[in-house]
Design a protein around this ligand. Structure first.
Ligand code: SF4
Length: 360
């Protein structure tokens, strides 16, 4: 039997024994649950995403229920997961499936790909696991596993590395056959090996079901693969935010649709420019963006937050109105509102802004 077939069987047998019993894997694949899991777990660890998955599914048990919800309800159910464009795309896709496809999900990779928020990786994952099509896929785990099996020297994130990896994933896709894993199981097995055994640091080669066919292990240096670019430190920004109070309420602004954190509620404020004090930056932002002059008072607290491409320190100050009344500026906030504790629970806020509420 050919080496590739032996390796496929060994990996498939390990997957059948050792795969994590994730809820969307149980029983016959359900397109709604599989799609929700794929979108939710983009840029989110499984352990972190699972409680959200269960809560979201309880709140929106099927695609019609999700399609019928308001955007605010969907964003609220997503709150804390970050990357909110995923939630908006999920909602738009649910509305499309409910209205245009009679609630039926696509059955090809091209069909999945046509839904908002579904890229080539997600389309291939869904077409293979839900529909059983031989659609290959490449993610970070697959890149690491393949680069180690073949001890490839190039960076897997380079154009050449990506090309090689996709071509190899296609070559390794099992042919149809009784003794072969299904395309969905094969894709999941490759990713599961990367998630549980072939880890970026300290891969558990001793417990690896395909160790005997691994060139990186044979060279005695699995961790050397894939080659990595030296990481640049992400830029850091400081942002000042103002808490203007009225009784037990505070003024919040809703970010515009489109762009980062679109549609979420936050304390008005803005970036501290070089050479500016936080208080001066805050007074300037309120003057420029809300048309109101404020007296900036005590520093109430600060939180640090890491986004994918920068880190931020968000500092909250108490403030009082000196002149004017705040008005929304379309580029900054499409709506302003006074919100008390009941509204804080109901409205969707970015994680960093929600943590600021503790300082009030
Ligand atoms: Fe990864 Fe080690 Fe298995 Fe090779 S032998 S695939 S490096 S865990």
């Amino acid at each position: 039997m050919k080496k590739e077939s032996l390796r496929r069987r060994a990996l498939a047998a390990w997957y059948a024994r050792s795969a994590r019993p994730l809820p969307w894997r149980a029983g016959k694949p359900d397109p709604y649950r599989a799609w929700l899991a794929e979108i939710m777990l983009q840029q989110t660890r499984v352990s972190q995403g699972l409680p959200y998955y269960h809560r979201f599914l309880k709140r929106f048990p099927d695609v019609r229920r999700l399609a019928g919800a308001s955007e605010g309800e969907v964003l609220k159910a997503w709150e804390g997961l970050g990357y909110y464009s995923r939630a908006r795309n999920l909602h738009a896709a649910a509305r499309h499936v409910a209205a245009e496809q009679a609630g039926v999900f696509p059955d090809t990779a091209e069909g999945w790909r046509a839904l908002p928020g579904v890229g080539p990786y997600t389309a291939a994952a869904l077409a293979s696991t839900v529909n059983g099509h031989p659609a290959c896929l490449v993610d970070g785990n697959v890149k690491r596993v393949l680069s180690r099996w073949f001890a490839r020297e190039e960076e897997m994130d380079s154009a050449a590395g990506e090309r090689w990896c996709w071509a190899m994933a296609e070559r390794l896709m099992p042919p149809a056959g009784l003794d072969e894993p299904s395309p969905g199981d094969w894709n999941q097995a490759l990713m599961e090996l990367g998630a549980l055994v072939c880890l970026p640091k300290n891969p558990a080669c001793g417990a690896c079901p395909v160790a005997r066919w691994c060139a990186a292990r044979a060279k005695g240096a699995p961790e050397r693969y894939p080659a990595k670019k030296p990481k640049k430190k992400p830029p850091h920004v400081e942002v000042a935010a103002g808490a203007l109070r009225r009784g037990n309420e505070v003024l919040l602004g809703r970010r515009p649709e489109g762009g980062m954190l679109a549609g979420l509620w936050e304390f008005p404020g803005g970036k501290i420019e070089p050479g500016e004090t936080p208080k001066a930056a805050l007074a300037r932002e309120w003057r420029e963006e809300l048309g109101a002059r404020i007296i900036v008072g005590a520093r109430l607290g600060a939180v640090d937050h890491a986004y994918s491409h920068f880190t931020m320190t968000l500092i909250l100050y108490a403030c009082r109105l000196r002149q004017g009344s705040p008005l929304p500026a379309p580029l900054k906030h499409i709506e302003l509102r006074w919100a008390g504790p009941a509204a804080w629970r109901r409205l969707a806020l970015p994680a960093a802004s929600r943590r600021l509420l503790e300082f009030l």
